[in-house]
Design a protein around this ligand. Structure first.
Ligand code: SF4
Ligand code: SF4
Length: 214
């Protein structure tokens, strides 16, 4: 009987919202915990996951961020018809889930960085994006895409002296990459021994080396 009375009293207290009273009084004195978004100031804890942004000087255009994005928010297009040929990236914020994988897996660590800028509301979602573009390096034989120039330079510098084991990287270190005429429009055929010392895509390099050995 006593326990039944206790249970009834407890339920009555919760029904009358009595346990909430201290919180209600505190809210009256201190003001509400919520903010009048989007009109009031929000509290920046510094821990928000917000919009990722590219750093054009640090990004090398390798495409790793495009590969790992789980929401397919990053587009990558190789435009070999433009002059010079370009690799263009577009990150759509209306599709981004702010997971941070692009930043976490960036080849250069900070080519793309996740900011705490989370308030990206807009009336026109087609304008909610950011872009970066990098010049492409094309195969001297077939005109196919090798990668971006910045990417190949980055790999060559990273490899250091070991880059001289690879003709393409060796040419890059020697500065030929920077000065070489862009072979986009007129790819030259493979065929002679000298082709080994040209900037080639993996397929053409394999064929040239195979022809040489054969
Ligand atoms: S350097 Fe980083 S940001 Fe640039 S394309 Fe590669 S992974 Fe993406
Ligand atoms: S934060 Fe996540 S969803 Fe957004 S672009 Fe980067 S990888 Fe894609």
């Amino acid at each position: 009987m006593v326990s039944a009375l206790k249970t009834f009293a407890k339920k009555a207290l919760w029904a009358l919202k009595i346990p909430y009273l201290p919180e209600a009084i505190r809210a009256v004195v201190k003001g509400p915990y919520t903010v009048d978004f989007p009109f009031g100031d929000t509290v920046d804890t510094g821990a928000y996951r917000g919009a990722p942004v590219w750093d054009e000087d640090v990004c090398i255009g390798c495409g790793a961020c495009y590969e790992v994005c789980p929401a397919h928010a990053i587009e990558m297009v190789d435009d070999t018809d433009s002059d010079p040929p370009m690799r263009r990236f577009k990150l759509r914020y209306d599709q981004c889930i702010f997971c941070g994988h692009c930043h976490y897996n960036c080849t250069t660590d900070d080519g793309i960085c996740q900011t705490t800028d989370w308030d990206l509301a807009t009336y026109d979602r087609t304008q909610s994006f950011t872009t970066v573009e990098k010049e492409l390096l094309l195969c001297d034989c077939c005109g196919g895409v090798i990668s971006t120039k910045d990417h190949v330079r980055w790999v060559a510098r990273k490899a250091g002296p070991k880059a001289y084991a690879n003709p393409g990287l060796a040419l890059t270190l020697e500065g030929d990459l920077i000065n070489a005429p862009q072979p986009t429009r007129k790819p030259r055929p493979r065929g002679d021994r000298a082709s080994i010392m040209r900037l080639l895509c993996p397929h053409c390099r394999r064929v040239v080396i195979f022809d040489e050995i054969a």
